[in-house]
Design a protein around this ligand. Structure first.
Ligand SMILES: Cc1cc2nc3c(=O)[nH]c(=O)nc-3n(C[C@H](O)[C@H](O)[C@H](O)COP(=O)(O)O)c2cc1C
Length: 178
């Protein structure tokens, strides 16, 4: 497979995974995923992200209770809490690192799902995070329980989302040009 085909395949098949097998993700694999986060791009290369890996089941459960939309954290093999410190663009820097880790994890057969609506103070207390850190998200990871569902994306067509040169001009105009 060509490099671009591998990346395309990963992006096309990766869906939000909320149901995980009980199987543990090995420690060396978790470290490889973090290494990918470390290598991400950031504004002025400030690398403001801070990661806390959580494997302890009781702690995963406690974290799942800090958001109304993340019950599945409790079923994860592990989670990565993503914080930023002194970031000018915290959400952008944080999301870049996390997205790279999500896709890399997917290349290893590990699913995940972005989660929002956290009670930041409660998460920080549970993880003993320094006061200066800002919580971006906590993402659960694990081997998908139902691989058959994977790959069926419901997405808007490009014609509703993209324009060429100016709003209203369809991107199909691109293919009419050489
Ligand atoms: C910024 C963002 C916030 C999200 N918040 C949640 C969340 O709080 N809980 C949840 O279960 N899924 C959450 N998701 C996952 C989305 O619901 C999911 O990516 C979307 O529905 C597409 O799902 P699919 O890739 O399986 O088609 C979030 C995704 C993003 C990108």
């Amino acid at each position: 497979m060509e490099r671009h085909e591998i990346v395309e395949e990963l992006i096309k098949t990766n869906l939000a995974v909320r149901d995980f097998k009980e199987e543990d993700v090995p420690s060396d694999v978790i470290l490889r995923i973090l290494e990918v986060g470390r290598l991400a791009h950031s504004s002025k290369n400030t690398q403001p992200w801070r990661f806390v890996v959580v494997r302890d089941k009781a702690k995963l459960y406690e974290i799942s209770r800090t958001t109304p939309t993340g019950a599945h954290i409790a079923r994860a093999s592990f989670a990565i809490a993503l914080f930023t410190e002194n970031a000018k663009l915290p959400e952008i820097d944080g999301a870049r690192a996390m997205e790279d880790m999500i896709l890399y994890a997917w290349s290893l057969g590990i699913g995940s799902c972005w989660i929002t609506n956290f009670d930041e103070d409660r998460v920080k207390k549970l993880l003993k995070a320094p006061a200066s850190w800002k919580l971006i998200t906590v993402i659960p990871f694990g081997y998908p329980r139902n691989p058959k569902r994977l790959g069926r994306k419901r997405r808007k067509p490009l014609s509703e989302l993209a324009y060429y040169e100016e709003y209203g001009r369809p991107v199909t105009a691109l293919s009419e040009e050489r």
